[in-house]
Design a protein around this ligand. Structure first.
Ligand code: GDP
Ligand code: CA
Length: 319
């Protein structure tokens, strides 16, 4: 049985994973999820990326939106607003609140996030082993200028309240340098046959996972093909603010620049969209095998083809 390890953020990671499951139904898939977007609000511990993967693979996701629960209502949010409770920019749905109550209660009882995630997944049966990158607290902060003042904001505040409007001057995964990989993370990488980077955000999703000491090294040393798919198509992110956070770390928003940013020390293969076929040579000159294929996850079939193409490229670099 093929053992596949996937580093995943939220929407991009989750949708790709669904394609991977249909392209490789027999594979044993371990997902290492980003927890740098996690935030404590209203006394609850919120893990947006883990939940997006869990709900998407478990059939509970709001399909069009890409995050949150299907059939969601917002009575709790309205009641909190009636009390004037801040922040009002974060919309936690009623169904979602139940997930967060379970998580927060278990964390309060002393269970690590990895055990809590496993417990939540017992309900959702995502068909993958979903591991948080770490059980330790890591929070991505974004430095911006607001009203002539330089401020560090939680990533969620930058993304949701400010809609990534101001330029990001720096992106810092606070706490990552002190964090340890969650139980099972390094073992899964060491036992993997292939490691995939879905088209997740290279800075605040995959970059944050790689910032946990030991994870990048384990991937580089695993001696198996590492293949990624570009989240940048036609020199812009397909959705989200990857361009803003790439600029903050001095990387251009092109498929080739993102591949070079990961580097040939980490990445063996890279898929770019057919509109970026002109970038293939630049990526290969950097020592990374590159192919141009359609990379829009417009429907389940197209997404499954992207996953097959990634696995095929992995076999090519293995040979
Ligand atoms: P988030 O945590 O919800 O932001 O999700 P991820 O980090 O997993 O994925 C976000 C990235 O997915 C963004 O940079 C998008 O450009 C990328 N993305 C979303 N949809 C597609 C798609 O259909 N094709 C490609 N190639 N990238 C996509
Ligand atoms: Ca995210």
């Amino acid at each position: 049985m093929q053992r596949i390890v996937v580093l995943a953020g939220g929407i991009g990671g989750a949708r790709f994973l669904r394609g991977l499951q249909s392209a490789a139904p027999e594979a044993d898939i371990t997902v290492i999820g980003n927890t740098g977007d996690d935030i404590h609000l209203f006394g609850l511990k919120i893990c947006p990326d883990l939940d997006t993967v869990m709900y998407t693979l478990g059939g509970g996701i709001h399909e069009e939106q890409g995050w949150g629960r299907a059939g969601e209502t917002f009575a709790v949010k309205e009641e909190l607003a009636a009390y004037g409770v801040e922040p009002q920019w974060f919309g936690l749905g009623d169904r979602d609140v139940a997930t967060h109550l379970v998580r927060t209660q278990m964390l309060g009882a002393g269970y690590p996030l990895s055990a809590v995630t496993e417990a939540l997944c017992a309900r959702w049966r995502p068909g993958v082993r979903l591991l948080p990158m770490t059980d330790d607290r890591v929070e991505t902060h974004v430095a911006v200028e607001e009203g002539g003042e330089r401020k560090a904001l939680h990533f969620q505040e930058y993304w949701i309240r400010l809609r990534a409007g101001p330029d990001a001057q720096a992106v810092v995964p606070v706490g990552a340098d002190q964090a340890e990989p969650a139980p099972g993370v390094l073992e899964a990488i060491a036992e993997a046959d292939v490691v995939l980077f879905p088209p997740s955000n290279p800075v605040v999703s995959i970059g944050t996972i790689l910032a946990v000491p030991g994870i990048r090294e384990a991937i580089a040393e695993a001696g198996v093909p590492v293949v990624g798919l570009s989240p940048i198509v036609g020199d812009a992110p397909v959705r989200g603010m990857a361009d803003k956070v790439l600029a903050a770390i001095g990387v251009r928003s092109t498929a080739a620049a993102v591949a070079r940013h990961y580097g040939s020390g980490l990445l063996d293969g890279w898929l770019v969209d057919t509109v970026d076929a002109g970038a293939v040579d630049e990526v290969e000159e950097a020592g990374i095998r590159c192919r141009a294929v359609p990379l829009m996850m417009s429907d389940p079939e197209a997404t499954a083809r992207m996953a097959s193409d990634a696995l095929a490229l992995a076999e090519e670099v293995r040979a």
